[in-house]
Design a protein around this ligand. Structure first.
Ligand SMILES: [Fe+2]
Length: 443
């Protein structure tokens, strides 16, 4: 059976490259002082067994003074990478202790961290060299989700770890300086795949959805989770600063969600969570991805009721919001238009911009054969308006089998890019990335 994640622009690149002063078409906005870093799986050899199992490779472009000053791509050199230790071992058994660090890259407390959800973070430098494992000074004793949420008001980093074995779910909170200040085990009925979660001004939100660990898959060389018709689906709401005893669970229709766009409590007692929702996932095959569409759950915290509604009918993934509005009401969101199916996953040639206030959408279409990855909003300045900024994405051009960094004006989304940065090699489709401004780095 063909494996979509080894073909086309999912296929790995072999070289780690460094290039300076990249050619630019258009003009790099001088406001952009920092680097766009993005993580993704890049199997070192052969078939790792699943799209999610390739070794993590970072691709970065630094922008400064209106120039694209460098491009680098580097494997995250975890101990597993250096030892050639893969998630699927030689004997076909899953090795859940292997660290691929392939899912996201964020900055917090002056550190840049490559993340993967089965293990702790790996620190890297702003030039993408690996520093080593980072365990919050020994205080982090569980895995760490690749989707932590930083509160834009307190600067705290909220996250969780989950596992196949107890503790199944643990909530963590680090302060703005990166000190782990709270770890709280959360009771759930079983070992589900918890990829993402949400925060609001007042709450932490967990999604306990029916993609459940199947021990028989630990020997199958693929993801050890499958759809369950019996598990049910629940959203847990914990007051920020609360504990396991304070979590309230709300039943929802069974579904799966990898990614949250955002959540907020626009009025007291009304909690909205916007997600890319799959009607089900991995019922028959761990390579099958049904279309996910943007949905909103509205929780009435007084009555305990949940309303669910579709906000759009496009298949999308990799939803992102202005990081300054995480957990707060945001008007705009971004996602990649996708074309998933029974045998895999594909990206369409467009990014989608949602206007959640008017219920309208815009698309940026890159042209035939030009396919973007995740789009990341970068504000024009720290206090710029929500729509005053740029959306950055790596774009693959099938005609030339090359990639570029596209910089779009967020407020004129369908217009031609304000800048297109030519890259010295193809950037495979990956997962998630961040804009790491100079101000995020330790001095
Ligand atoms: Fe993710």
């Amino acid at each position: 059976m063909s494996k979509f994640y080894l073909e086309g622009n999912f296929a790995p690149v072999r070289d780690e490259m460094t290039a300076f002063d990249l050619p630019v078409e258009g003009a790099v906005p001088p406001a952009l002082e920092g680097r766009y870093l993005r993580n993704g799986p890049n199997p070192t050899t052969g078939d790792p067994g699943h799209w999610f199992f390739g070794e993590g490779m970072l691709h970065g472009v630094e922008l400064s003074g209106g120039r694209a000053t460098w491009y680098r791509n580097r494997y995250v050199r975890t101990e597993s990478f250096e030892a050639g230790r893969r998630i699927v071992g030689e004997n076909g058994m899953l090795d859940l202790e292997a660290t691929l660090a392939n899912t996201h890259v964020i900055a917090h407390g002056g550190r840049i961290l490559a993340l993967v959800e089965n293990r702790g973070p790996t620190e890297v430098t702003a030039e993408l060299d690996t520093v080593g494992p980072f365990d919050f000074g020994g205080r982090l004793t569980t895995a760490m989700t690749a989707h932590p949420k930083r509160c834009p008001v307190t600067g705290e980093l909220h996250f969780f770890g989950y596992g196949v074995f107890p503790p199944l779910l643990t909530y963590h909170r680090a302060d703005a300086a990166g000190n782990l200040v709270q770890s709280e085990e959360i009771t759930v009925p079983g070992p589900t795949m918890l990829h993402d979660f949400a925060i609001t001004e007042h709450s932490v939100v967990f999604m306990d959805l029916p993609v459940v660990c199947d021990p028989s898959l630990l020997m199958a060389g693929t993801m050890p989770y499958r759809w369950s018709d019996d598990y049910g689906a629940r959203i847990g709401v914990m007051p920020r600063g609360g504990s396991n005893a304070d979590v309230r669970w709300f039943d929802v229709e069974p579904c799966y969600v990898f990614h949250v766009l955002n959540a907020a409590e626009p009025t007291a007692g009304r909690l909205e969570i916007d997600v890319a929702r799959y009607p089900h996932l991995w019922r028959d095959s761990q390579d099958a991805f049904e279309p996910a569409t943007l949905h909103r759950w509205t929780l009435d915290l007084a009555t305990g009721t949940v309303k669910e509604e579709a906000l759009d009918d496009r298949a999308v993934e990799f939803p992102r919001v202005d990081e300054r509005l995480v957990g707060r009401p945001a008007r705009f969101g971004y996602a990649v238009h996708t074309r998933p199916g029974r045998d895999g996953f594909a990206m369409e040639a467009a990014l989608v911009k949602y206007d959640l206030a008017t219920g309208t959408t815009e698309e940026h279409r890159f042209g035939p054969g030009r396919t973007p990855g995740e789009g990341v909003l970068v504000p024009a300045s720290a206090d710029a308006g929500e729509d005053d900024g740029y959306v950055l994405a790596y774009v693959h051009d099938a005609a030339t089998d090359s990639s570029h960094l596209s910089i779009l004006d967020a407020s004129d989304f369908a217009a031609s890019p304000v800048a297109t940065v030519t890259l010295p090699q193809r950037v495979p489709f990956g997962f998630h990335g961040s804009w790491v401004a100079d101000t995020e780095l330790r001095r």
